[in-house]
Design a protein around this ligand. Sequence first.
Ligand code: SF4
Length: 243
Amino acid sequence: MTTDANMLSRPLGVPDLLDRLEACHGPQQPSWPVDPYEFLVWWHCGYPTSDAACARGWDGLRRNFGVDAEKILSAPPAKLTAALKGSGMFPEVRAAYLKEIAQRVQSEFGGDLRAALVAMGGNARKALKTFHSIADPGADRILLFARISPIAAVPSNCTQVLARIRNGADPDTYNASYRDAQQAIEAEVPRQFHARTRAYLLLKEHGQTICKRTNPKCVECPVRDACAYFARHQNPQPNIASV
Ligand code: SF4
């Protein structure tokens, strides 16, 4: 940890940090389907991917066809594309991915992706990563919210929150950022579904609304007194000339 972090008057552990984030943002609930198959469908419903875009595409899909694998497989490609047009770019490509997901879940996972992942145990993460655009963060998120494994998942677009608070800077690489945040949660948040989903959701909310990737709103932040990044940027050390 950096010198700035050591200078903080009130260093916070992750559990205390989460309590303060919850006092600011309130209790959080997932805004996406937590079933693994439905999550994969939802994830491809919007592009560029965002909660709002995916929710729009998901609503369009449900209104027009439903989200069951059979419904998606029987939908005419042009109509499936049309249902996704209001939720971002490349609707025809996303429609093709939806058909691929539905086909694979039927043929490779016995029509019940969640049950198949449970049966796979430690290989479930690897299996999820064979789906398009699912990497470690997506696989961890699916396994946690589907209550398959209480893995220390970190919101993929909010890994900066813990890095800034604890170390005072954004890590050099995304992988390092994700790994460091995951290790902090693993070490300090109980290995329970409720505790780990709560951590995920609070870090996500804080990273999207206040501790944004660019231009974090530090003056509005409820944990700024415990943040090494804030200490470093708001309390620069005086430049005393040597004699
Ligand atoms: S003080 Fe700034 S950098 Fe630190 S957690 Fe809050 S918003 Fe993020």
